[in-house]
Write a protein that binds this ligand. Structure first.
Ligand code: AP5
Length: 221
């Protein structure tokens, strides 16, 4: 399956992408994670991207599109992929369509995880991330066994540089302006499936699986 995950910051795209990636053995391609790796490694892309990310704004399309199209050419994406956080603008979606058309492998579905803005804010402000394995925790409802240490690899958990209240509000506004139009873009193409994501993680996963398992087998996959 070739999937796009859409949704507000904090909607649970990354959490659900990890679950589905393990279930279906297809890679999760998170543009946020890839960009943060570039920032950490101090590459030219990372240096350019950081300014935008720390302000809660999008990295320019031309930088992100090339990065994703290259990633989709890697062998592990041959049998399918989950695009987590891409596309986020209409020009990104058009570029993705063109690239997938060239390889005659169109998207199977776009899943939109639906939550309210107050829930998004609460989820992001309480989130801690393992910088090594990217597992997410939350101070209220998904705590690690030991204080701020990852259960899986014992790495110290971190807050991201775009998780303070002001930056989160900016990210939500940018989503409304630049990413919300994609809901219509994909609905018009018959690809959009909304999942109510205001429920415990396992319930959201079950809803996601029900959508994906119910796709018409005649759909491109
Ligand atoms: P990115 O890292 O993609 O951030 P985002 O889309 O804003 O999404 P988040 O990672 O914050 O949230 P999520 O939906 O993955 O939720 P999560 O599963 O973590 O992008 C960061 C930045 O990079 C952008 O602002 C931009 O600058 C740049 N960028 C990235 N892609 C770009 C692009 N295509 N173009 C241009 N720029 C780009 O969950 C959040 C929290 O909630 C966690 O604590 C989790 O444990 C908890 N949680 C999840 N599900 C549930 C649940 N069901 N119940 C309770 N808690 C839950």
């Amino acid at each position: 399956m070739r999937l796009v995950f859409l949704g507000l910051p904090g909607a649970g795209k990354g959490t659900q992408a990890r679950v589905l990636s393990a279930r279906d053995a297809i890679p999760q391609i998170s543009t946020g994670d890839i960009l943060r790796e570039h920032v950490q490694e101090g590459t030219a892309l990372g240096i350019d991207a950081r300014t935008f990310m720390d302000r809660g704004e999008y990295v320019p399309d031309e930088l992100v599109v090339e990065m994703v199209i290259d990633r989709l050419d890697e062998p592990d994406a041959e049998k399918g992929f989950i695009l987590d956080g891409f596309p986020r603008t209409v020009p990104q979606a058009v570029a993705l369509d063109r690239s997938l058309e060239r390889s005659a492998k169109p998207l199977t579905a776009v899943v939109q995880f639906v939550i309210s803005e107050p829930i998004a804010i609460r989820r992001i402000l309480g989130r801690y991330t393992c910088p090594a394995c990217k597992r997410q925790y939350h101070v209220e409802w998904s705590q690690p066994k030991n204080d701020l240490i990852c259960d899986d690899d014992q790495t110290a958990l971190e807050k991201r540089s775009d998780e303070d209240q002001l930056t989160v509000l900016r990210r939500l506004a940018v989503y409304r302006q630049q990413t919300a139009p994609l809901e219509r873009f994909y609905a018009e193409r018959g690809l959009l499936h909304a999942v109510d994501a205001e429920a415990p993680t396992t319930v959201v996963s079950d809803r996601l699986f029900a959508v994906l398992d119910g796709l018409d087998p005649g759909d491109p996959s």
